[in-house]
Design a protein around this ligand. Structure first.
Ligand SMILES: Cc1ncc(C[n+]2csc(CCOP(=O)(O)OP(=O)(O)O)c2C)c(N)n1
Ligand SMILES: [Mg+2]
Length: 638
C-alpha cells in the first residue's frame, strides 16, 4: 500500500492549491470501453498569462519536476495560439475515438476568449475537450483586473460566460471545494458519448492559487466507463418493420459509426442485407470504399451515385449522423415522396431527426442488433446491380478528376489523386474548410475509418495545421497529412512552430490559389461576382481590391517556422515531393500552385445559400431566379 492509498483508507486530507488539486485529480482519471483502459486526460496544451502562470502554471511545473509520490505526469505543451490549441485537442480526441482528451489552459480575457471558437467546434463535432479558461478574482478586491470585463448590472459576469452556449458543461470555481463536484461532472460529460463536447471549468486566478485540505479520496483512481447503450427492443422492432418494407433502402453512415468502432458491424449488415451505404464527411471510411455496398459521399458535395440512390430511396437508415445541410443537400436530396427514416443514434436529439423511427443506441450495438433482427431480409438483386453500375460510373469520374493533366498549373483534384494513391491505409488526411472538403468527399477513396479526418461540422479555417499536431500526438506511427488552402494558412499557421519544437513530423500540403476557390465559386453562382474573394492589391484608381496579386510568399513564411519547404509547379514534381516528405523525419510543407477555377468534380446536388430578393445587379437577379427554382425541391420530412 502506497502512502496515498494508506491516507485514502485512513480518510486523510492533503493540503494543495486548487490548481495542484486539479492536476492531481486529472492524472488519476481513466476511461474504459470494451475492457480497454486508458488515461482520460492525455496532456495539457497551454499559454500562460497573469491568469494562470502562478496558479495552474505552478501546479504543472510541480507535477513535472517534483510530483507527489506516485503522481503521474500531466505533460504540458506550449502552444502558439489558444484557438489552435483547442483544435489540436479536438483532433487528438477524435483520432482516439473520443476515449482520451486534452485539457487546454489559457490566461484570463483574450487568451480565454480565443478558445471560444475551438469550444464551439468541439461541441458541434461532439468531441471531448477540457477547457480551462482563467477568470478574474473571486474576491473581487483588485477589480477590475487587467483584461476584466465589467458589467455594471451583474458583477458575476465575465468574458468566460461566452463559453456557455458552446459548452456541454460549464462551471466557475469561486471556492476551492466547488472543484470537487465540478471536476467529477466534467469527467462524466467528457466520457458520455451522447453529451460530450467542450467541457469548461473557469478558474479565477486567485482561487487557482488558494490552498484547501482535500479529502484524499478525491484523488483516487477513477475509471469512467464509456457506455454502449443497447437498443430498446420495442424501438428496434419498429425500426425493423420499416426497413423490412423497403425496396430501395439507403444507409447513411456518419461519424458516430467511426467513434463507436462499428465498421465490422456495418459491413456485416451490408453483407447480410445488400443495403447500400453512403457516407457523410465525418463518416467516410466507416465502410471501406472497396466494399460492394459502399457508394461514397452523399449530399451537396456527394457523388452522383450516392445522390441518385438518395433521391430514389424509400427508407433512409441514418446511423450516427446528425443530418447536416450538406448531407441532406439542404433537405432536397431525399426526394422520394414516400421516403421514411430510421435513425440509430446515441443521442435522442439526432435519432429523432426527419421524423424517424428513432433507436437510441450505440452504433455498434445498434447495427449488431439490426443485423440479427433483419434476418432473412435482402434487397432485390436488381437493386444491387443498379448500385454497382452507378458506382462504376462514378469511379470513372474519380479517375478523370485524379488524372486531368490540367494546364498550365494543376487542378487540386490531381493533388488529391496523388495523395490518395501514395498515402497508406493507416495514414491520416486532415482538412476542414475551403473548396477541398467538397472535392474530397466526392473523390476520396478511404479504406480505413481513421484515414479521412474532415472537420466539417464547424468547417473552421485554421483547424488543419493544429489538427495535424493533435493527430500526430495520437497516432505517432501514422503519416499525418494536412491539406491547407492559402486562406486557411494565412488564418492560423503558427502551430507549425509548436510542431517543430515538439519534434513532430507531419506533412502540410499548401494549395496556393491566391484566394477563396470555394466562396469565390459560391459568390459567382449566387450573383455576387466573386466579390472580395481573391487576394488582390487595392487599386488606387478604382479604390477596389482588383489590382495585382498580393505578392505574398507563404513558402518563405512556412520556412520561417522551421519547417522544410518544397515548392513544386507540376503534378510530377508534387509526386516526387510527397515521396521526399514521406521519407523525411522533418515536418515538410509542400507548396503547390493550383487553379482557383478547378476544374472541380461535377455536383448533382444543391446547397441552400439565399440570394438577395431584390437587386440592381443583373447577375444577382439571374441568380435569384435560379435560386427560386431550386428552392422548390426543398421539403420537410414530417
Ligand atoms: C474561420 C472561418 N472563417 C470563414 C470561413 C468561411 N470560408 C469558408 S471557405 C473560405 C475560403 C477558404 O480559402 P482557402 O483556404 O484559400 O481555400 P479555397 O477556397 O481556395 O479552396 C472561407 C472564407 C470559415 N469556414 N472559417
Ligand atoms: Mg485558396
Amino acid at each position: 500500500m502506497s502512502n496515498d492509498d494508506a491516507k485514502i483508507s485512513a480518510g486523510g486530507n492533503v493540503r494543495l492549491t486548487v490548481a495542484q488539486a486539479l492536476v492531481r485529480f486529472l492524472v488519476n482519471q481513466y476511461s474504459e470501453r470494451d475492457g480497454q483502459e486508458q488515461r482520460l486526460i492525455a496532456g495539457v496544451f497551454g499559454i500562460f498569462g497573469h491568469g494562470n502562470v502562478a496558479g495552474l502554471g505552478q501546479a504543472l511545473l510541480q507535477n513535472e519536476i517534483e510530483p507527489a509520490e506516485g503522481e503521474a505526469r500531466l505533460k504540458y505543451y506550449l502552444s502558439r495560439n489558444e484557438q489552435a490549441m483547442v483544435h489540436a485537442a479536438v483532433s487528438y480526441a477524435r483520432t482516439k475515438n473520443r476515449l482520451q482528451a486534452f485539457a487546454c489552459t489559457a490566461s484570463i480575457g483574450p487568451g480565454s476568449t480565443n478558445m471560444v471558437t475551438g469550444a464551439a467546434l468541439a461541441t458541434i463535432d461532439r468531441v471531448p475537450v477540457l477547457i480551462l479558461p482563467s477568470d478574474f478574482f473571486a474576491t473581487r478586491v483588485p477589480d477590475p483586473v487587467l483584461q476584466q470585463l465589467e458589467d455594471p448590472r451583474n458583477l458575476d459576469i465575465s468574458v468566460n460566460d461566452a463559453f456557455k452556449p458552446v459548452s456541454r458543461f460549464w462551471d466557475r470555481i469561486n471556492r476551492p471545494e466547488q472543484l470537487i463536484p465540478s471536476a467529477l461532472n466534467a469527467m462524466r460529460v467528457l466520457t458520455d458519448p451522447a453529451e460530450t463536447g467542450a467541457v469548461t471549468i473557469c478558474l479565477p486566478q486567485d482561487v487557482q492559487a488558494e490552498a484547501y485540505d482535500w479529502p484524499m479520496e478525491f484523488f483516487r483512481k477513477r475509471v469512467w466507463h464509456v457506455a454502449r447503450p443497447v437498443p430498446e427492443p420495442a424501438a428496434l422492432a419498429r425500426a425493423v418493420e420499416v426497413i423490412r418494407s423497403a425496396k430501395k433502402p439507403l444507409l447513411v453512415a456518419g461519424g458516430g459509426v467511426i467513434y463507436s468502432e462499428a465498421s465490422a458491424e456495418l459491413a456485416a449488415l451490408a453483407d447480410a442485407t445488400g443495403i447500400p451505404v453512403a457516407d457523410t464527411q465525418a463518416g467516410k471510411g466507416a465502410i471501406s470504399f472497396e466494399h460492394p455496398a459502399s457508394v461514397g459521399g452523399v449530399g451537396s458535395t456527394g457523388n452522383d451515385a450516392a445522390n441518385a440512390l438518395a433521391a430514389d430511396a424509400d427508407v433512409i437508415i441514418g446511423v450516427g449522423t446528425r443530418y447536416t445541410d450538406f448531407t441532406t443537400a439542404s433537405q432536397t436530396i431525399f426526394a422520394n415522396p414516400d421516403v421514411r427514416f430510421v435513425n440509430l443514434n446515441v443521442l435522442a436529439f439526432d435519432a429523432a431527426k426527419n421524423s424517424a423511427e428513432m433507436v437510441v443506441t450505440d452504433a455498434r450495438e445498434g447495427l449488431k442488433a439490426l443485423t440479427v433482427a433483419l434476418k432473412g431480409y435482402r434487397v432485390e438483386e436488381s437493386y444491387n446491380q443498379r448500385v454497382a453500375i452507378l458506382v462504376a460510373d462514378w469511379a470513372k469520374v474519380i479517375d478523370e478528376c485524379f488524372h486531368r493533366n490540367h494546364q498550365p498549373i494543376p487542378a487540386q483534384t490531381e493533388v488529391f489523386g496523388v495523395l490518395n494513391e501514395l498515402m497508406g491505409d493507416d495514414d491520416i488526411l486532415i482538412n476542414a474548410a475551403g473548396s477541398m472538403p467538397g472535392d474530397l468527399q466526392a473523390l476520396w477513396r478511404a479504406r480505413n475509418p481513421k484515414q479521412y479526418h474532415l472537420e466539417y461540422g464547424y468547417s473552421c479555417m485554421g483547424y488543419e495545421i493544429p489538427a495535424a499536431m493533435g493527430a500526430k500526438l495520437a497516432c505517432p506511427d501514422s503519416e499525418v497529412v494536412a491539406i491547407v488552402g492559402d486562406g486557411t494558412y494565412q488564418m492560423l499557421p503558427q502551430e507549425l512552430a509548436t510542431i517543430v519544437s515538439e519534434n513532430l513530423k507531419v506533412i502540410i500540403v499548401l494549395l496556393q490559389n491566391h484566394g477563396f476557390a470555394s466562396i469565390g465559386g459560391l459568390s459567382e453562382s449566387r450573383g455576387s461576382q466573386r466579390f472580395g474573394t481573391s487576394y488582390l492589391m487595392r487599386d488606387f484608381g478604382s479604390d477596389r481590391l482588383e489590382g495585382e496579386r498580393v505578392p505574398i510568399d507563404l513558402a518563405a513564411n512556412a520556412r520561417s517556422f522551421g519547417a522544410d519547404v518544397l515548392e513544386v509547379d507540376t503534378i510530377e514534381q508534387f509526386r516526387e515531393a510527397y515521396r521526399t516528405a514521406a521519407t523525411s523525419e522533418h515536418t515538410t510543407v509542400i507548396h503547390v500552385e493550383t487553379d482557383i477555377n478547378g476544374p472541380n468534380p461535377p455536383t448533382s446536388a444543391w446547397w441552400d445559400v439565399p440570394v438577395s430578393q431584390t437587386a440592381r445587379l443583373e447577375s444577382t437577379q439571374q441568380a435569384f431566379d435560379e435560386y427560386q427554382r431550386q428552392k422548390k425541391d426543398q421539403r420537410r420530412h414530417l
